[in-house]
Design a protein. Structure first.
Lengths: 563, 864
């Protein structure tokens, strides 16, 4: 059985090129790792990634028409371990589900720890640095600085980031002042004495156990013991006690193996790993006080963990539910909070890896905005507020509208006065700008963003589809091939639009490819109406990337003064 | 802790949060929001958009695209939100307060103590609402959760004056003490004025201005001219789409400002275009604005008085008419006012109000004086000290100001008391800020107090919020029951009656315990018609050794004792007799038509000569001798006594000898009542008279012959209002008893033929003495107190009532049967005595009526 025109894509525009893989039930799909996987299928189908976890695929944009049916475009999460290079794609319609085996060849797996700086580690470091960069936006360094927050009760949902702050801080060198702040740094500063005190004198409880005891030592019997007792042969206690003269009775034994100590044990193990990872990440700064204290804390945690292990304290069975001691005891409560933070961070890192293509897309959208706002003659006509979420949602941290900014740019590289509207192509409300019908075509190529430009003087409009390609393999990318491929797809799309709507749309493409290998300068090329650039994943500076984008945008939009 | 002190100026035009160091006033930080907007999202789950984010949001901009933006939320001008707070009657959604709180939260930032500017025309309700909004504006810190900050409200005028004064030399400031400052604030949609009085305090080597805020600020006429300019201009944009989009982003102000205009607009099809045709302020509009501005100028002219120092302040920098800013325009107009000195009109800087708010917080932090608020005086309707009428009595008349923003809390002890037997307590309060209304509160007591309960009033007032409470605390614990009595000004109900009406009603319901007193009065009509000056001059010209001295003295006595019984007969509107001297011994100031000089001088001469002559005749030696006072000396003494409190000292010396039993007085005892005036003399006279009455009562059985003594006592109580204070309880009881005894004796007296004796003035005086004795109730409310419902009357009350009722019945019966001659006033006087005794009413001027009758009838003189 073949699903009605459902495809796995290795490039967002793959639907219009050979880079699409039709899905057939029972057939295994083998693909080469490229820039993340996406799936296109009829709107009524639900797609799920089934690896270590079952995760629904993320729908991007709205419904579009392709091959005579209404379809949707979904992003498939990346596998977070090497075992997940082969996973199952669950395709459901109503209550019927079919499973397709998908195998990705050459995909990088998420490294367990950081330190060796393999391409995968480099990739993870870069992704974490993006997250760090986003988080830094909501961190207040000066006391008089304040931000607006979206709060529900006492829970912070999001922070409102002024766009000026984004523009100002997006390219700021983070590691210049030393190793960055981290959860483990905070723990090393605040929890050292707490964990030492708890692990050296863990909480002891007297556990009731039933065991046979000499009659003369019996102090307590419970219902079970009595039941056992009456079932014993004999008439008197001496007869029932048998030859050894023992009966089943309740005794109390001290034990450290309690939930709170198990949580402490687990925390110590995880903190030791986190401390090692932090120290490896900042190997070049290992003499800094922060790294030294984290290393010391790591050693201490490892040592205390061994002590607990020797005391017979096991590890908690997930999910750990806090008991009274973890909630009410002042010191254990701190440990519980810290444990939660580490767990959450691990989940977060896991999610960052799984949704790295979406995170890259968000990164590109924000970078384009920063690039646009860097023009000297720019005037902001409207900007939707940028809310930075406290917790990520499938690779997305920023919460803004589908149309985050309308800008008027004049002078400089731009020929005349142009109103630029940046549109989030992955938002299903993106079609609130421009003719709705156009979006039924745009969404078929899965753009991360769409730029609409209109020259004030002439009224000429241009649409630019922005694709954010995030490399999932360690192979060297072929930028020219990607640009040609995108151009082919774009031409086909234009043709489809002309056929379907009877209009000519001035359409361009912009491909931003993440380069997993450090490179001093971004590379760029063009093919037809598509411009492509590859950006090295450098965690320290984005300036060159932003400058490159800023330089290319007038060309892509087609209003460059010197073009 | 952050350095510096923070103040926020929330006006909707240009909102500022300023942080300055103090006392250097160096600026440490400023955040500013021009033409603040708050976007209320349609989706309730989303937070409000404030500050720059709200201004720049595509929501509700009037654009076709993006589609969602048209209906994703509603834009609200902060100025509108703030102004709606001001109006008590304006409908306010819950969102108003929330939106304003979000805006303030954004503005305040990380400050923990903030001076919050309050417009001067904010009433107590508006101030409370603003503070409530400020309290809602807690900020969130991701590490510490919700953190509160403390708002310190400060009047806009006070803050402006702080800033202005900081630029003035200390010496100059000292010279300005007591001057009036008029602060003209040009807010977003209105003009406000507020008056302050300059005062200063020296703290160390610094001189700090401490203005006194006298009254609430006022807002100018509606249709504020700068606002009109802006709204008119936007209406003149010909392109409907441009007009709507300009209005939607509250950008209409830009058209009338020196700032940049909106640039790009969207057509219905979503394409962008630039607007090229902007309306300009043309001659038509200028004329219209000038016309409208006249209203503002008239208002300012009414408010600004000659000699005022005028401060014109506006928080906005770019609001202007063509190239002249509105504050400059208004300041120039004010300089042209009559009596205004040009260099005493100051145009302040836009950030002055916010800087003043910072200084206010700085002063509070350093425990330095700030400013004073005029405290609205509270008056309470209560019984006067005389116990005869009510009046609105100021609780703390000396307290006119209170340190700015501080609570006024004082106790007023021993001033008021709750009367025994009160079942309910009614309070009528009046406050200076609401002169047209009286507020009332009524509290039922658990049990009526049996004694007078002095109360303490604990008054708490907050001038800024208008809050005022008065707690009524009995000085005797639980004397008014167990319930706490607190009068809350806001919760007290408005009385429909005016102050005068309330007092009249209270007076009407006052139980009549005794009639009014009636001192002797004088008027020039007496001197004109019964002129004693001939006799006085004759006396003055007659030496004491002269043969004619006896006649001269006798003539003087007769002349000086005369009076005019009915001044109305001489076209003088006085309803009682007028004498040559009043009870205080004074004569009329001037007598028209007198060609012989000042009668005051004449009286002084007579007074001196009487004293000299009496001394010449032996003085004390003579009247202390067994022979007593000779007739001529008696004539001089009586003549002197008709001068009442102004009697010659020798007459008083004689009286004092009489009170000490060193001299006899005989029939001259009546004169005692006229002469004594000082507290010592009144006390001694009453004591002596009561002893004499007791002796007489003890001696005589059938005919008491105490009429003269009673008359003397009645004269004292009648003339000297507070003389009842010198009676002790026994004296009061005895006096009433003797009066009633005399009344009974007169009633039962028979003449030689066995017929009932006529009832003349002696009878009338007995009743008069009883009426005057009732004044003792002012000292002791339980004196002859009528019984409460269901209770048994005291024996003295029962006896008095019985005698009076019998007298009334007898008098009525005798009149009907013509058994004897009875004074026409007798029934009336008796019935009044019964009513006053029972506290059921009575003619409060009955004593005046009796005095008049006495003056009409000379026959009483020798009756006994």
């Amino acid at each position: 059985m073949t699903f009605v025109r459902a495809f796995i894509l290795t490039r967002p525009w793959g639907l219009y090129t050979e880079q699409r893989f039709p899905i057939k039930v029972g057939d295994r799909v083998n693909v080469l790792a490229a820039y993340g996987l996406s799936v296109v299928g009829p709107r009524e189908l639900k797609f799920k990634f089934a690896g270590r976890k079952i995760i629904p695929a993320q729908r991007e944009g709205g419904i579009f028409a392709f091959g005579g049916t209404e379809k949707v475009y979904c992003t498939i999460p990346a596998g977070s371990s090497s075992r997940e290079s082969t996973f199952r794609l669950v395709i459901g319609r109503d209550k019927i589900e079919e499973i397709i085996d998908v195998s990705i060849e050459g995909a990088m797996a998420r490294p367990d720890k950081l330190g060796d700086m393999t391409p995968a580690e480099h990739q993870l470091t870069f992704l974490l640095s993006i997250v760090e960069r986003l988080r830094a936006l909501s961190e207040i360094e000066e006391e008089e600085e304040t931000l607006d927050y979206h709060v529900n009760g006492r829970r912070m949902i999001a922070t409102c980031i002024p766009w000026e702050r984004l523009v100002e801080q997006w390219c700021v060198e983070r590691n210049g002042d030393g190793p960055r702040m981290d959860i483990i740094v905070r723990h090393a500063t605040t929890l050292q004495s707490v964990v030492e005190g708890l692990a050296s004198r863990p909480r002891l409880i007297l556990k009731r156990i039933r065991e046979r005891q000499p009659v003369s030592r019996v102090q307590e019997l419970d219902a079970t013991c009595l039941q056992w007792f009456v079932r014993q042969p004999g008439r008197t206690t001496a007869e029932k006690a048998g030859s050894r003269q023992t009966i089943l009775a309740v005794t109390r034994q001290g034990t450290f193996d309690t939930l709170e100590n198990r949580v402490l044990h687990d925390y110590l193990d995880r903190a030791a790993v986190a401390a090692t990872a932090y120290a490896s990440l900042h190997r070049s700064l290992r003499r800094s006080a922060r790294v030294v204290s984290v290393e010391r804390y790591g050693r201490q945690c490892r040592q205390l963990g061994h002590m607990l292990e020797e005391a017979g304290v096991g590890l908690p069975t997930p999910p750990a539910v806090p008991n009274y001691v973890l909630q009410q005891d002042a010191r254990y409560r701190q440990v519980w909070k810290a444990y939660q933070e580490l767990l959450r961070r691990e989940t977060e890192v896991d999610d960052v890896w799984r949704w790295q293509s979406r995170l890259w897309a968000e990164f590109c959208r924000l970078s384009i905005l920063v690039a646009l706002r860097r023009y000297a003659g720019v005037q902001v006509l409207a900007e939707a507020p940028l809310w930075l979420k406290a917790d990520q949602s499938r690779g997305r941290w920023a919460n803004t509208s589908a149309h985050p900014a309308v800008l008027l740019i004049k002078g400089g590289d731009w020929n005349g006065r142009v109103v630029i509207t940046l549109i989030d192509g992955q938002d299903e409300n993106a079609d609130g700008f421009g003719r709705r019908e156009l979006w039924r075509y745009f969404w078929s190529v899965g753009p991360a963003a769409v730029i609409h430009a209109q020259e004030i003087a002439t009224g000429r409009e241009a649409w630019v589809l922005v694709w954010a390609l995030h490399a999932m393999s360690a192979n060297v990318i072929d930028l020219v091939r990607e640009a040609n491929s995108a151009d082919v797809a774009l031409k086909q799309l234009k043709g489809q639009i002309r056929l379907g709507l009877g209009i000519h749309v001035n359409l361009g493409g912009f491909v931003i490819v993440s380069n997993p290998f450090p490179s001093p300068l971004p590379l760029s090329t063009s093919s037809g109406d598509v411009v492509a650039c590859a950006t090295a994943l450098r965690e320290t500076s984005l300036d060159s990337m932003i400058s490159e984008i800023a330089g290319l945008l007038p060309v892509i939009v087609g209003v460059a003064g010197h073009a | 802790m952050r350095d510096g002190f923070t103040g926020i100026d929330l006006n909707g035009g240009t909102d500022r949060c300023l942080r300055i160091a103090w006392p250097t006033r160096a600026r440490l930080g400023e955040s500013r929001i021009d033409q603040g907007v708050v976007v209320n999202p349609t989706d309730d789950a989303d937070p409000f958009l404030v500050g720059h984010a709200a201004m720049m949001s595509p929501v509700a901009r009037g654009w076709s695209w993006p589609l969602w933006a048209a209906k994703a939320g509603v834009r609200h001008n902060v100025a509108d939100l703030a102004n709606r707070l001001r109006e008590d009657e304006a409908p306010r959604g819950v969102d108003d307060a929330k939106m304003l709180a979000a805006h303030i939260r954004h503005l305040v930032g990380a400050a923990s103590q903030v001076g919050l500017i309050v417009p001067d025309d904010f009433g107590p309700g508006a101030q409370t609402r603003l503070l409530d909004v400020a309290r809602r504006a807690n900020r969130f810190d991701p590490k510490r959760g919700w953190i509160g900050w403390l708002p310190f409200p400060v009047w806009r005028s006070v803050a402006s004056v702080f800033s202005w004064a900081s630029r003035i030399d200390a010496d100059k400031l000292a010279q300005l003490r007591g001057r009036r400052v008029m602060v003209v604030s040009m807010l977003d949609d209105r003009l406000t004025v507020a008056t302050l009085e300059i005062d200063h305090e020296r703290v160390g080597d610094r001189v700090l201005i401490t203005p006194v805020r006298q009254t609430m600020g006022k807002s100018g006429p509606s249709n504020y001219t700068p606002k009109l300019a802006e709204t008119e201009l936007v209406e003149r944009i010909s392109d409907k789409r441009v007009r709507e989009q300009v209005k939607a982003i509250a950008g209409e102000r830009s058209l009338a400002r020196m700032g940049a205009l909106p640039v790009v607009f969207q057509r219905d099809d979503g394409t962008w275009f630039e607007n090229e045709y902007w309306p300009k302020v043309n001659e038509d509009l200028i004329d219209e604005l000038r016309e409208r501005a006249r209203g503002d100028i008239r208002f300012l002219k009414d408010q600004i008085t000659v000699g005022d120092i005028v401060l014109v302040e506006c928080p906005e920098t770019d609001r202007a008419l063509r190239t002249t800013s509105w504050p400059s325009w208004y300041a120039n107009k004010i300089i042209g006012f009559e009596g205004i000195v040009a260099n005493e009109v100051f145009k302040l800087f836009p950030e002055d109000a916010a800087a003043g708010a910072c200084e206010y917080v700085a002063r509070l932090s350093n425990r330095l004086p700030t400013y004073f608020d005029h405290i609205f005086e509270i008056e309470i309707a209560a019984l006067n000290e005389d116990g005869e009428s009510h009046d609105f009595i100021a609780l703390f008349p000396e307290e006119t100001r209170v340190p700015g923003n501080q609570e006024f809390k004082r106790r007023l002890e021993g001033r008021f008391a709750v009367q025994p037997g009160s079942q309910t307590l009614s309070f009528h309060l009046w406050r200076q800020d609401d002169p047209a209304h009286v507020r009332r509160s009524k509290t039922d007591l658990d049990a009526a107090p049996s004694d007078l309960v002095p109360i303490t009033l604990e008054v708490t007032q907050r001038p800024v919020s208008g809050y005022a409470t008065i707690e009524v605390l009995p000085e005797i614990d639980r004397a008014l029951g167990g319930r706490r009595m607190v009068l809350d000004w806001e919760k007290m109900s408005l009385d429909t009656k005016s102050r005068a009406q309330v007092i009249a009603e209270l007076d009407r319901n006052l139980p009549k315990s005794f009639p009014n007193h009636s001192p002797t009065i004088t008027h020039s009509v007496a001197w004109e018609n019964v002129d004693p000056r001939t006799a006085m001059r004759s006396y003055l010209s007659t030496p004491v050794q002269s043969f004619s001295f006896e006649r001269a003295a006798s003539d003087l006595r007769v002349a000086i004792s005369r009076r005019v019984s009915s001044p109305r007969y001489f076209n003088v509107d006085i309803g009682q007799p007028v004498y040559l001297f009043n009870s205080n011994g004074d004569v009329p100031i001037q007598i028209p038509g007198d060609r012989n000089g000042d009668q005051g001088n004449l009286v002084a001469k007579v007074r001196a000569k009487i004293a000299e002559d009496m001394e010449a005749m032996g003085g004390g030696r003579t009247w202390r001798s067994t022979a007593g006072m000779p007739p001529v000396m008696s004539d001089l003494f009586l003549a002197g006594c008709w001068m009442y409190a102004g009697a010659p000292e020798t007459c008083l010396a004689y009286m004092r000898d009489v009170f000490r039993s060193r001299a006899e007085i005989g029939r001259r005892v009546e004169s005692v009542g006229r002469v004594v005036s000082s507290d010592d003399d009144v006390g001694a006279a009453l004591k002596w008279l009561m002893d004499r009455l007791r002796r007489k009562i003890a001696q005589r059985t059938t005919m008491l012959r105490i009429a003269r003594e009673l008359k003397a006592v009645s004269t004292i109580i009648q003339y000297r209002e507070n003389s009842y204070r010198f009676l002790d309880p026994n004296d009061a009881i005895d006096l009433a008893r003797f009066a009633l005894m005399n009344l009974s004796v007169q009633l039962d007296a028979k003449d030689t033929s066995g017929r009932p004796k006529d009832l003349k003035f002696s009878f009338l005086f007995s009743a008069t003495v009883f009426l005057l004795a009732l004044r003792y109730r002012k000292k002791d409310p339980r004196f002859l107190e009528p019984p409460a419902k269901g209770e048994k009357a005291t024996p003295s009350f029962s006896e008095a009532l019985q005698i009076l009722k019998r007298a009334f019945d007898t008098v009525k019966d005798d009149i009907r049967r013509r058994r004897r001659d009875i004074h026409r006033l007798a029934p009336d006087v008796i019935s009044n005595a019964i009513e006053f005794l029972q506290k059921t009413g009575g003619n409060s001027d009955i004593i005046v009526v009796i005095s008049k009758a006495e003056a009409d009838d000379d026959e009483n003189a020798d009756e006994d």
